[in-house]
Design a protein around this ligand. Sequence first.
Ligand code: ADP
Ligand code: ZN
Ligand code: ZN
Length: 739
Amino acid sequence: MILRIAIPIPMYQIFEYLPPPGLQLIKPGVRVKVPFGHRTMIGILISQVEESEIASEKLKPTYEILDESPVLDQHQLKLGHWAAEYYFYPLGETLHQMLPGLLRKGGSTSIMSNTQTWQLTEVGRCTDKSTLKRSERQQNAWSILKAHPNGLHQRTLIGLGIDTKALSALKKKGLAQNIVQEVPNNIDNMMSLEKNSQLIIEPELTLNAEQSKVFNAISMTNHFKTHVIYGITGSGKTEVYLQLIAKYLMQGKQALVLVPEISLTPQTIKRFESRFNCPIFNLNSRVAQKTKAINWLNTREVSPCILIGTRSSVWAPLTKLGIIIIDEEHDISFKQQEGFLYSARDLAIFRAKMLDIPIVLGSATPSIETWENLRKSRYRLHQLTHRAGGSNKPSIHLEDLRKEKCKFGLSESLVKRISNQLNKGEQVLLFLNRRGYAPTLYCNDCGWIAHCERCDAKLTFHKKSKHLKCHYCDYQTGIPLSCIKCNSLDISTQGQGTEKLEGHLESLFPEIPVIRIDRDTTKSKSAIDDYVALIMKGKPCILIGTQMVAKGHHFPNVTLVAIVNIDIGLFSSDFRSSERTCQLLTQVSGRAGRSTKQGQVWIQTRHPNHPLLRLWMTNDYPAVADFLLEERELAQLPPCSFMILIRAESVKKSLCDEFLRTVSQKLFALKQASDLTLLGPATAPMERKANRFRMQLLLQSANRAQLHQVLNTALDEINTIPAAKSVRWSIDVDPQNLI
Ligand code: ADP
Ligand code: ZN
Ligand code: ZN
């Protein structure tokens, strides 16, 4: 017997080892500890075979089998295999990435074995919650146990944020009891909930005619289909998701909800929590390592349950998955930008297909890729065209900055409007997609501009934290008192960032709270929650934010939304920038007037006649999407063709060039038989980043299968190019970012 093991290293092969003595047949998907070079590594068993081509005395023995049952089941292994192949990423590294951090490091899956079930006692059930009012934690624990009369596993409770101390305290008071089971890890059985119909704890809204139509069409079949809900902001997409999910929970199944990375997810989670009485697990960057591992394991065993999370949740081992929802499907955070460059959206579709379950992509601004798939009838379109809560669409206006006096980037009329709105007791949101105080520091005498030493980029001036910062490599340096080049003291900042705008508005409206939401102000975990709570109070305030505030949340008293500078996005070299600008405009505008009060949106621009802006103003996203798709078709750009980008980085530019040139030659030799286009090697638009030179080679074809096949054929040879070992290189399939 030989074990074939995938090891997390940047090599494409699978390695063979001798099994530990006396080993019986084990299932693929278990973790195995093996020697590799001078290191010990944790790999995943792919298969057991009878014979190896390598002489058995040359094979090394396995140190240890870490799991009794697979950490990756056969569906996940299939997903992993597919992903590794599609993204040209080594299988060992792919499978490694699918696991939560603690399991990657060899942590035990029984870190929290499910041998204990907690339940309220008779006394506990009859107790009034208010008797626990001195401990919020005990109250929370009591509420959850009360809602689950059959009891919950300790691990489920911990995954839901209940700590064991609170449980023990309830036990001491005689309010709760824990039952220890002999067989660990059996599925939490909450099916009896269905009979008591306690699963839904908040009455569902009565769907309006449009919503019903969408709901009925999607719930017609439990089989695989990619549904797209194109619904304007506030049209009630989330309500449709909730009701679809309810249907599957009732059947005892699980739901996966993927959300963008920097949305204000606590609000979304609350909405789910107030609707459903079933475990709702979270996986995102704000969840601690250990809870992540616990929740990941919980999704194997707890059903019904809902998992709400960012892109890596697509790997979670949900064993009874009934439906997948991708909210804001156009969002670029679904594509990982470092290391393993996968798209969670595309993988989720593959997973739904493999499991033969429905998947719903929702957006007010579907991506052009999705639009093309709709046009080709690969996906099914559902539309929600008006706001569901009874609010009206906001009115939209352009403000021609060429005709206006501006101070700190705000026109006089806009300042008047802000003031009016605040006087009416309403809230204002200003959108500026640039954090920091100012994007440029320069010398008035010699024209010197502060640049990052390590990148092809300007340094951003951060006033409060008193430093210059590179937003690409995080390099930081103090603020010089004089020009670095000519020593002149006459240096100043140019342009606005959110921090400068904040200062300006604070001085204009000293009585009014100014809340800035960007990466710099939300570093602490609770910061966003605090800001949201403040805004939800509804008192007049000014909200300034980057794209973090553009997404998915609902502030009923925001009635004026202003886009401070749209021009940054109108003239970029990236072919996707017009799509992104339109999506952002729609998302941000959608924050205005979401409740009973009429909203208005003002867009400041120096290019009021820009054709795209004009088209977007007609408030007809399908027309915008058609227009953009036509542009792509003419230029043969994605989604009307397919791309793979090979990037190389090194401190020596010549090495990148040598490597990519050789890759290009190898591909060129194969290209004759196909319609592959090779562009480059060329220096990347951002030539230097974090002290490394960057070059790229673009492969493009109208035929995806051929494109993949050519690269696949060349892959082994590419790996043997001598320079491959001395440069950092990567393959980006369906790149979202050509920088
Ligand atoms: P979206 O997800 O499309 O932005 P939401 O589901 O958040 O829309 O709905 C926007 C608002 O409309 C919410 O306040 C929601 O409670 C309300 N709403 C949604 N559907 C209905 C309905 N059928 N009846 C009444 N109000 C609704
Ligand atoms: Zn100077
Ligand atoms: Zn830098």
